[in-house]
Design a protein around this ligand. Sequence first.
Ligand code: SAM
Length: 188
Amino acid sequence: MYNKKFKGDVCSHSHSFFLDNFVRRILQNPKRIIGEYIREGDTSIDLGCGPGYFSIDMAQLAGKTGKMIAVDLQEEMLTKVGKKAAAKNMSERIHLHQCDQNRIGLPPETKADFILAFYMVHETPDKGAFLEQVKELLRPGGKFLLVEPIFHVSKIQFEKILAVAGKIGFKQVDRPKRKGGRSVLLSI
Ligand SMILES: C[S@@+](CC[C@H](N)C(=O)[O-])C[C@H]1O[C@@H](n2cnc3c(N)ncnc32)[C@H](O)[C@@H]1O
């Protein structure tokens, strides 16, 4: 279940079927979850994109003039996203970026209108250091949707993540319901 190449409980690419299948599409429809945050022409980043369950819809929502960056530390996950993008003729709009476990490593000039971190922050070894880097990638006024799984992250653990985000300078815009887990919409 976990990829032992990395520190902590990083969900292995060999289990990516659980992250993209018809049951999840019924329970966690991507457009219902992220549709309200992305506009035509936007730049968006899917952090810890996994096999790209949200990445394709994020790119579709931003249209041909938009840009979508799928980021993951597992090359195998990015290969899956790349294949889906090619199948949809969207390779030009979907950029793949392999990061390190402690460093996102996108060029400093990268600024996003929308960033998604779905079921991934609990897998990062240093949440404060990770969220600092997310802040650098967000355009002022941009939105950052952070969703954590109820079955892995307790209410208390989620509140601790929010406290760290607050210290770094994120403002809570919303605590949206029906996003598939413990959810917060942040901005700077
Ligand atoms: C549980 S999966 C969720 C995937 C996707 N967000 C989804 O909802 O389908 C977590 C993903 O985060 C990635 N991940 C874990 N730690 C990471 C880190 N420090 N930086 C980037 N990606 C990371 C893992 O490789 C895995 O693909």
